[in-house]
Design a protein around this ligand. Structure first.
Ligand code: SAH
Length: 259
C-alpha cells in the first residue's frame, strides 16, 4: 500500500490531548472540531504518521488506523470483543490462512474482521438483521469488498449446515446449545472457542463440552495492565479494564460419543 494518504482513505487524527477522530478523506472535505476546521486537502498526499496543522493552529497526528483503532472507533450496535481478547482468541482458536470458520453471532463484526484479516474464510450466523448488516458494512469498510465472508440470518441453536469446519467461534449467551451441532459441523480435531462474560455460563459450557467428549478444554481470562512511563514516574496506570469475558476452547474428538 502506498504510504501517503489519498481520497477515500481512513485516517485517525489524534490531537494534543490524545483525543481520537476517525475520518475518511475527500477532496475538498473538511474536518471540524471545537478547535476549528482542517481541510482534508492539507492531509492528502502526506505520508502515514505526519503531523498536520490546521489554519486555526490545532495540531494533529495523522495515522492509518490499525485493526484495534478501527474496532474501538467503528459504528457499533452490539458490544464488541476488545483488542485485548481478539489477539488471544486468534491463538486459542489457532486461526490460519484458509481456515474454514463458523462464527455466531457476528454482532458489530469486530471478531469477523480479526478472523478475516488472519486469512480465514468466515461464515457468520446472526439472529438480528441490523447487526448482520452492520457487521458486513464494518468488514467491507475496513478490509474492502470481496472478503471470503458471508452472513446468514439464522439461529445457530437450531443447527449448523456447514460440515468439515476447522473452527467454530461463539459470542452469544448460551453456547452450550451449540455443542451438539458442533460435534457434526467441526472436522475431527477442529476447535470450538467461546467468549462469555459470566463464569456461571462458562461452567455450563464446560459441562456440555465434557458430556460431548470434547478434548483439552481450557478457560482463560486475559488481564491487561498498561504502564505510565514518564521520567521518574514509572508505574502501572491507575485504571484498567476490570473484566470483559472468559475465553474457553476445546477440540472435537474423532470418535463420536452418543449424545
Ligand atoms: N463478537 C461480536 C459481538 C457479538 S454480540 C463482535 O466482536 O463484534 C452477540 C451477537 O450474537 C448479537 O448480535 C446477537 O444478535 C447474536 N446472537 C445471539 N444469539 C444468537 C443465536 N442463537 N444465533 C445467532 N446469533 C445470535
Amino acid at each position: 500500500m502506498d504510504a501517503s494518504f489519498s481520497p477515500g482513505d481512513r485516517v485517525l487524527l489524534i490531537d494534543g490531548k490524545a483525543r481520537r477522530y476517525l475520518i475518511t478523506l475527500r477532496e475538498g472535505g473538511q474536518f471540524h472540531t471545537h478547535a476549528g476546521v482542517t481541510p482534508h486537502d492539507s492531509i492528502l498526499g502526506l505520508p502515514d504518521g505526519s503531523t498536520v496543522r490546521s489554519p486555526s493552529g490545532a495540531k494533529y497526528l495523522a495515522l492509518r488506523p490499525t485493526l484495534a483503532d478501527f474496532v474501538l472507533s467503528m459504528p457499533r450496535g452490539a458490544q464488541v470483543i476488545y483488542p485485548k481478547d481478539l489477539g488471544p482468541l486468534l491463538i486459542l482458536a489457532d486461526v490460519y490462512p484458509g481456515a474454514r470458520i463458523l462464527e455466531a453471532g457476528v454482532g458489530s463484526g469486530a471478531l469477523s474482521m480479526t478472523l478475516l484479516r488472519a486469512g480465514a474464510d468466515v461464515v457468520g450466523y446472526e439472529l438480528r438483521e441490523d447487526f448482520a448488516a452492520k457487521a458486513q458494512a464494518n468488514v467491507a469498510s475496513f478490509l474492502g469488498e470481496g472478503c471470503p465472508y458471508r452472513v446468514e440470518l439464522r439461529d445457530v441453536y437450531e443447527g449448523i449446515d456447514e460440515t468439515g469446519l476447522d473452527r467454530i467461534l461463539l459470542d452469544l449467551p448460551e453456547p452450550w446449545r451449540v455443542v451438539k451441532h458442533a460435534l457434526t459441523a467441526l472436522r475431527p480435531g477442529g476447535i470450538l472457542v467461546s467468549y462469555l462474560p459470566g463464569i456461571g455460563q462458562v461452567v455450563q459450557l464446560r459441562e456440555a463440552l465434557d458430556a460431548a467428549s470434547f478434548m483439552l478444554a481450557e478457560t482463560v481470562e486475559v488481564l491487561q495492565r498498561s504502564w505510565h512511563i514518564e521520567g521518574q514516574s514509572v508505574r502501572p496506570d491507575h485504571r484498567m479494564v476490570a473484566h470483559t469475558g472468559f475465553l474457553t476452547a476445546a477440540r472435537r474428538p474423532a470418535d463420536q460419543p452418543l449424545v
